[in-house]
Write a protein that binds this ligand. Structure first.
Ligand code: FPP
Length: 249
């Protein structure tokens, strides 16, 4: 499917998505939860294509949270297998579409096989510039802030930074995705209205869009609706509407 380029719309530079609703999608069809995750991969593919075709330069997807380990063992291992297989299958195509794939999160908890596949995909696609696709896996926003705080504390410990000099920017620089623009648009499918420990630091000024569609049903048309919503927002970053008009003129 080739979406038309939205002509007069402003596109977000970075979209972050919580892909929720795979389990319910499968349940509605009397299928095992895994069938929902498999269908979720198809939806993921269409959304990546949308970003490539419309020139949205960054996409971050929440594939597996730090809390998802609490799911039944069987579901976790099937999900891990799905990640390995999807990466194996999709890496060439992602590469030929100019997609740079990166993972954020604590990958040390994954099997050696999955870690190897992640490293191979990252290395193979690292020079691509059309779309940066960040896959958050074993990721948590609090984990991210903690690892950034640890990195900054090490600078203080080693004497390269004093506690008094520490600014927000030092933490921002140590967070995952520090080299990318912060997300302009956050989307959560599946009806829940929560951020669920996703990019807590990076979402400070992001426009939040929640929709009831279950992730396997989320398609390019629904993505378009989210972009329309985004275009209706007035992003004030703490300023008044009047100040914003002055800045823009
Ligand atoms: C949430 O639905 C979905 C997940 C925990 C897994 C998301 C993973 C994919 C869609 C596969 C993407 C693959 C790659 C390689 C990026 P849920 O199970 O919480 O659904 P429910 O709320 O209806 O139970």
């Amino acid at each position: 499917m080739e979406p038309d380029k939205p002509v007069s719309r402003q596109l977000p530079r970075h979209v972050a998505i919580i892909m929720d609703g795979n389990g319910r999608w499968a349940k509605q069809r009397n299928q095992a939860r895994h069938a929902g995750h498999r269908a979720g991969v198809e939806a993921t593919r269409a959304i990546i294509e949308y970003c490539v075709c419309t020139s949205i330069p960054c996409l971050t997807l929440f594939a597996f949270s730090s809390e998802n380990w609490q799911r039944p063992k069987h579901e976790v291992s099937l999900l891990m297998e799905l990640f390995v297989q999807s990466l194996k299958r999709e890496t060439d195509k992602l590469n030929s579409n100019g997609v740079c794939v990166r993972f954020i999160g604590d990958r040390s908890a994954f099997s050696a096989r999955l870690q190897k596949q992640i490293a191979e995909t990252e290395q193979f696609t690292q020079d691509n510039t059309t779309l940066t696709l960040n896959i958050a896996a074993n990721y948590g926003g609090r984990w991210d802030i903690t690892q950034a705080a640890r990195a900054v504390a090490q600078q203080v410990e080693s004497g390269t930074l004093s506690a008094a000099e520490l600014t927000e920017q030092h933490l921002t620089d140590a967070m995952c995705l520090a080299d990318l623009p912060e997300p302009d648009l956050f989307i959560r499918t599946g009806g829940e209205k929560r951020i669920s420990n996703f990019l807590l630091w990076q979402l400070a000024y992001t426009e939040l869009y929640f929709c009831d569609v279950l992730w396997p049903d989320f398609n390019q048309q629904y993505f378009d609706e989210a972009i329309v919503f985004y275009n209706q927002r007035e992003r004030r970053f703490g300023m008044t509407s009047e100040q914003l008009t002055q800045v823009q003129n």
